[in-house]
Design a protein around this ligand. Structure first.
Ligand code: DGL
Length: 261
């Protein structure tokens, strides 16, 4: 049982940022990553469509015999994880914007959240943010267009810089000291964000927390892989262009497979 892979899915290539955190913390785990890039972005889609696609992704990973599934997508987590947990008898780990640590540590009483429309309009996000909304100012910003640029390989583009500057402006005007990245594509923006943000603004994402939670749940269910030789990490994407994902994986020179599903 423990040798079975961890399944990880995202609307596209961004969840590889989460795969890297999990792989760094749990190097002896086998894994299967699924990028539903053909249907990306999920952010502007309605809840029903996001649930439908999340079920399809889960079924793919279950066919590959995964022992646990990480929903490496804030949009899919905030819209679909409760349905997935009800429908499938397997542990799920989700990811949500890290509002809590930002809200507890802010000195300026203002934090910024950059996420997709689907995440920011979800009930799950709303419930969490309303816990803090009385004490601090939360500037929410939809990252319209960012996911598409990353999916198309335009991470470091003039257009990306233009979008980010316009999205950060209201946050900087409100004197934020924390920027929460609420989408798993966004950690890849950190080098550009560091250039655009004043030094005192801290950037936080939920990647490490998700990796730690994955470890905790594997331990709880006695599912950690104890056979550490020859681990296998497989990557699947439903677009013929595998180069973007390959380049985001960088040093992890694993082959990315094109698969229609
Ligand atoms: N990586 C997804 C997330 O964390 C991107 C959603 C999208 O495809 O719009 O929300």
């Amino acid at each position: 049982m423990s040798k079975q892979p961890i399944g990880i899915f995202d609307s596209g290539v961004g969840g590889t940022s989460i795969w890297k955190e999990i792989h760094a913390l749990l190097p002896s785990e086998n894994s299967i990553y699924l990028a539903d890039s053909f249907n990306a972005p999920y952010g502007p889609k309605g809840k029903d469509a996001i649930i439908y696609l999340s079920i399809k992704n889960t079924e793919f990973l279950l066919e590959k015999d995964c022992k646990l599934i990480v929903v490496a997508c804030n949009t899919a987590t905030t819209n679909a994880i409760s349905v997935l947990r009800e429908k499938f008898n397997i542990p799920f780990i989700g990811i949500e914007p890290a509002i809590k640590p930002a809200a507890l540590n802010t000195q300026t009483n203002a934090i910024g959240i950059l996420a997709t429309k689907g995440t920011l309009s979800s009930a799950l996000f709303h419930n969490t943010s309303s816990l803090y909304a009385n004490e601090i100012t939360i500037i929410e910003q939809i990252g319209e267009g960012i996911v598409q640029l990353i999916e198309n390989g335009n991470l470091e583009s003039v257009e990306m810089e233009r979008l980010l500057k316009s999205y950060l402006k209201p946050m900087l005007d409100a004197n934020i000291d924390y920027l929460v990245l609420g989408c798993t594509h966004y950690p890849y923006l950190i080098p550009m964000l560091l250039k655009l943000l004043p030094k005192h603004v801290k950037i936080i994402d939920s990647g490490l927390a998700v990796a730690k939670q994955t470890k905790t749940v594997l331990e709880k269910y006695n599912l950690l892989n104890t056979e550490i030789l020859n681990t296998n990490n497989e990557f699947y994407i439903n677009l013929k262009n595998t180069a973007v994902m390959q380049s985001l994986l960088g040093n992890h020179r694993t082959k990315v497979n094109y698969l229609e599903f």
